[in-house]
Write a protein that binds this ligand. Structure first.
Ligand SMILES: Nc1ncnc2c1ncn2[C@@H]1O[C@H](COP(=O)(O)OP(=O)(O)OP(=O)(O)O)[C@@H](O)[C@H]1O
Length: 250
């Protein structure tokens, strides 16, 4: 196996109902890379994440994923409504039977990292949408996975909150150096966050193009006003259009 943190090599996935969700998909990410998957509905983005999480297996081809487990963040924060923020974030450690003192420290640290230290005792319903998503990210990070899979985590948030969480996510990524694979429908979000954007097409799901976003980190609001950002957005949008046209013609 290569030095990549994650890789799909000639992966196909056909579901029992005959849907070809992925056809000969190859992609990889180096340790600590930030890569986005962008594409029309049904192009197999979630299927790629499920394969990398070990929740699904390819029909053919090879999937390389980290041995130390992964963090998974969904569009819906999926918090237990009856449990405090602290208890929600602690859940993965309880499932692993982590020793109490180490778990306490890890939970405290994760809440601190996402700015929820003062809301440890709050119930999910007492939080805003953005705060619930922060709790969900803290829960995914509490075991310090080397890979974080994020499936449209900010799609349901208002734009200001979404921008803020984009930046906070980059802060966590720079601090912890995990590999991030981020699924989104937003060209702008993909470009803002990523070192590389993988554009996928549907029917069957496949990689249409990979675009490198050649801009340094840290990236802040100022990055959205640069020529490099505008250029990358235009390039990604054109590739997405090409991917979508391809699907319509099928
Ligand atoms: N368990 C399943 N059984 C049958 N078909 C499935 C299953 N899961 C997904 N599919 C189909 O496989 C294709 C790819 O689905 P997937 O959810 O990976 O796409 P996606 O790009 O994440 O879509 P979206 O952007 O709408 O979330 C779709 O046509 C979907 O209907």
């Amino acid at each position: 196996m290569s030095a990549a943190a994650i890789a799909l090599r000639h992966v196909s996935r056909r579901y029992a109902n005959g849907v070809q969700a992925l056809a000969d998909v190859s992609l990889q990410a180096a340790p600590g890379a930030f890569v986005s998957l962008l594409g029309p509905s049904g192009c197999g983005k979630s299927t790629v994440l499920r394969l990398l999480a070990g929740l699904d297996a390819p029909s053919s081809g090879q999937v390389q994923r980290p041995a130390d487990g992964v963090g998974y963040v969904f569009q819906d924060p999926t918090l237990m409504p009856w449990a405090s923020v602290e208890a929600n974030v602690r859940l993965p450690l309880r499932l692993r039977h982590a020793p109490r003192a180490a778990a306490d420290a890890a939970v405290r640290e994760a809440l601190q990292a996402v700015g929820l230290a003062d809301f440890a005792r709050a119930l999910p319903r007492e939080l805003s949408g953005g705060m619930r998503m922060r709790a969900s990210i803290a829960r995914a990070m509490v075991t310090r996975p080397s890979l974080l899979l994020l499936d449209e985590p900010f799609a349901a948030l208002d734009e200001i909150t979404r921008f803020r969480l984009n930046q906070e996510l980059l802060g966590l990524w720079q601090r912890d150096a995990f590999t991030a694979l981020f699924v989104t429908h937003s060209v702008y979000e993909a470009v803002f966050l990523s070192q590389r954007v993988v554009v996928m097409g549907a029917r069957p799901g496949r990689v249409v193009r990979e675009i490198t976003v050649d801009a340094p980190y840290p990236r802040d609001a100022g990055f959205r006003a640069t020529a490099a950002y505008a250029r990358a957005c235009a390039e990604v949008a054109a590739a997405l259009e090409q991917a979508t046209e391809g699907a319509d013609a099928r």
